[in-house]
Design a binder for this molecule. Structure first.
Ligand code: CA
Length: 446
């Protein structure tokens, strides 16, 4: 049906497949046997080494234990070589065929009636009993800006006369972020302190008063490219490993004062949170979608175009932001949804991000992380940040318990969620990307 290998469907995607892990078959399970996302984990509170795992229902398959038990052999066992260091970098560097071998072996071993059940049973750990590490060593982190609805709305707030700069529809805009402050879901962080605009041209100094989230997709680079060797569009998907959820925490008041002329710096680099599970490009195959710029907009330059990108370059992923305030948590109230959007509305595809990043010869490496930029939808209620939802802080957002929010307050937990659904395919989820904001630590306090 499709000439694009990255959209290829095989029997591991069959919506009728079930697993002998019963929780994977429950309606609404994020991790049915058609998903099989990867993470780095260990038993919570233990001192055992972090190790690679795959999600199935409410369990984690310990992949190295499964190899030890002989369940993962041949190409699937070879795919795991080098992951004993507690990162997925080695697997990422091996490319699609290794991932497919691992996925096929797991799918066969986990499906109902598999002879491997007895051996694999002892390699399962309940997700409720594990803690996660980052999936890999993230050498470099680049944050793109592919959400045109976000770029337009935020542009209006920062530059009312000139919201969308003329380069936006030609260049996949991005900047180099900081990888050292990326943490996996569940790790809180302190409210940042810094300079903000005061009266006239004199700054104020103190904790950020306009702390915000940004709803983004993160994509991990698989095999890299040599310095000086650009990745053409026809090969771009071969360099993608999988996707995660990414919260690009942003201090809007620091940002407004510092962002010209060189772009974001301390407003962004104090924390970034990602979800533990990496949904592989293979799991996303049933949810690929055609891609085109809106009619009347400039067509991408030839180096950013390919027939496969037009036919299958998009991905339909529903993205959501939820909030639970400290008061809600104390009262035992669940998080509430702030908004939802869909990644198909992004202005540039994952492949275009890869090709543009390397067009000047820049070398990408296994485990590099590319953020998509904030994914807001076309409607005002679909803002992927509080800056948008509160119209720059002017329109407070009421919560069901009577609290109001313009920006994030100490003790607030922000949660990103995502899922893919399409007729004929099994619904898959991404798990959670959650973190709680802690009070600021003021540098000159005793
Ligand atoms: Ca961002």
């Amino acid at each position: 049906m499709s000439s694009a290998s990255f959209a290829r469907i095989d029997d591991s995607h069959d919506a009728a497949l079930t697993s002998w892990v019963a929780s994977a078959n429950e309606p609404g399970s994020e991790f049915p046997i058609q998903n099989l996302p990867l993470a780095i984990f260990r038993r919570a509170g233990s001192s055992e080494a972090f190790r690679p795992g795959a999600a199935i229902g409410d369990q984690v398959v310990d992949l190295l234990a499964a190899r030890e038990a002989g369940v993962l052999a041949g190409e699937a066992a070879a795919a795991l070589e080098g992951t004993g260091d507690g990162t997925l970098n080695a697997l990422m560097g091996k490319g699609r065929s290794a991932r497919v071998a691992l996925r096929r072996a797991l799918s066969e071993a986990l499906r109902s009636g598999s002879a491997a059940q007895a051996a694999l049973q002892s390699c399962l750990v309940p997700q409720s009993q594990v803690e996660y590490a980052l999936p890999c060593r993230i050498g470099d982190y680049t944050d793109f800006y592919t959400g045109i609805h976000h770029a337009t709305t935020v542009g209006k707030l920062f530059r009312p006369d000139n919201p969308l700069l003329p380069n936006y529809k030609w260049v996949p805009i991005g900047y180099h972020g900081r990888s050292s402050s990326i943490r996996v879901s569940g790790h809180g962080f302190r409210r940042p302190v810094g300079q903000t605009k005061g009266a006239g041209d004199t700054p104020e100094f103190g904790p950020s008063k306009r702390l915000d989230h940004e709803l983004e997709l993160g994509v991990f680079v698989g095999p890299g490219n040599e310095l000086g060797e650009p990745i053409p569009m026809e090969r771009a998907e071969e360099h993608l490993f999988g996707v995660t959820l990414l919260n690009d925490w942003s201090a809007r008041d620091l940002q407004a004062w510092e962002y010209q002329p060189l772009g974001p710096f301390l407003a962004k680099n104090f924390a970034t949170t990602i979800s533990p599970w990496v949904v592989t490009m293979e799991a996303l195959a049933p949810f690929r979608a055609p891609f085109a710029h809106p009619e009347g907009d400039p067509q991408p330059l030839p180096y950013l175009s390919s027939p496969e990108n037009s036919s299958h370059g998009g991905v339909e992923i529903t993205l959501e932001v939820w909030i639970q305030t400290a008061r809600m948590r104390e009262a035992g109230e669940q998080a509430v949804k702030l908004m939802s959007s869909n990644f198909r509305d992004a202005y540039w595809t994952l492949a275009q991000m890869v090709t543009h990043h390397s067009v000047n010869g820049c070398n990408l490496q296994p485990g590099d992380l590319l953020g998509s930029g904030t994914q807001s939808g076309p409607d005002a209620s679909q803002g992927g940040s509080l800056l948008e939802l509160s119209q720059g802080g002017k329109q407070p957002i009421p919560l069901p318990n009577g609290e109001m929010r313009t920006f994030i307050e100490d003790g607030d937990t922000l949660i990103l969620r995502a899922w893919c659904e399409r007729p004929g395919a099994k619904r898959i989820g991404f798990g959670e990307c959650a973190a709680t904001v802690l009070p600021a630590k003021v540098a000159n306090a005793a």
